[in-house]
Design a protein. Sequence first.
Length: 493
Amino acid sequence: MPTLKLEVPLNRVEGDLELRVEVQDGAVIDAWCSGTLFRDFETLLTGRGHLDGLVLTPRICGICSTAHMLAAVRALEAVAGLAPPPDAVRLRNVALAAEAVQSDARHAFLMYGADFANPAHLGRAFHAEAVRRYAPAVGTSTGHVLAATRDLLDVVAFVGGRWPHAPFMVPGGVTQRPSAYELQQMRLQIDACLRWYQQHVLGCSLERWTRVGSADDLDAWLAEAPAHRDSELGFFVSVARELGLDRRAAGRRNFLSYGGFPSPAGGSGDGAWLVPPGFSRGGRVEPFDPAAIAEHLGHSWLVGPAEPQPPSRGTTEPYALGREGGRYSWAKAPRYDGLPAETGPLAEAVFRGDALLVDLLRQRGPTPFVRQLARIVRGAHLLPAMQGWLRDVRPEGEFYVSPGPRFPDGEGFGCVQAARGALGHWIRVRDERLEHYQIVCPTTWNASPRDDHGLRGPIEEAVVGTPVADPDDPVEVGYVVRSFDPCLVCTVH
């Protein structure tokens, strides 16, 4: 059979993503993932005032602006040696979690679910129901998902005044002390969102869902009640299985987490990370070491030193002459200890020790099904945690400590778990100016091009082996790529 070369522009992702694939005998045999728009925020930040990153980096993305602000402020706090007060940490956690839950829901049911309504599935039993739920802009799920997530984002607005780009974080804490009324309103909003999540997404109580700890438990839960099967989660499980999304595993099984949502001691989280940091190498979990991160440029439209550079020494200098020398993306290729690494909700589940998702991963590998399932059920962990953090916040608490009259010189980095995974900002400050700024985003990891040794990035690797029934409508490729929830505007900085 001849080899088909397809260029697949992906819509329903944030930013400009193009995937080139080679198809032989009805399946993908190779792939090239390309970020096609250069943005250059890193160069824009160099030479500016040390606080300017708090204003500019949230503009990198209109979906995860809170995550960028948090990474930027943590980098500054690392330079200054500042530890924000516990109540400030809790409010930052609440805002970041609200942003993640809304992103997960909108992606799963407005972006990913739309492909279930694709005419390619016209002959399948689920198609009519998929159209009813997920037809773009008019599906029945659109209304309740948008309403619930819009109300959830009011929580960010209570903390920071608006969303997106809520300007409420500064080195040393947050900019305002919430009143008892504001705290109560935030609690009510989260309680309402949790009721929606249980009714529409899970179709059961949170307590019932927490007893689903294996693949067998998932089957039993699905068969237990019509409300489970008819929920958004139940419908996803049934359709994904019929489409074989639970049988298409590809990838190297390397996962990365920077650690997310530190819970101050003495409160609901008792000092533990909600999402522990770490690197999983083929199932073996290791402690996270920031020094193991380096970015390769060999296949990027960028130039710099011949050797891979850590972000603390990296540069962003554009150089584009088509595909000369095998260059094909504005994204860099970050590697951890020389290896590609997947980050995002599935990686978080690995380090959190989520029994269901770890069991599915063990049985079937990193399939689009388990990756997307991890995103849908992440709210079952984040929403109760938000309730706990807000219960611990006191209006009379401390929310800010001063960095002093003059900001010190130094280097630092800020790492967070954003909605799509591991996000880091690396900076150097001199004379209260940003002398160096480098950003490595979650989709920079997931949608990276090949590295200097020719190793494919996670999305490229995951697509290999995917069947393609119709080269003019490769919907199967879309299921794999969108299971990573790519954000290309972050990827290309």
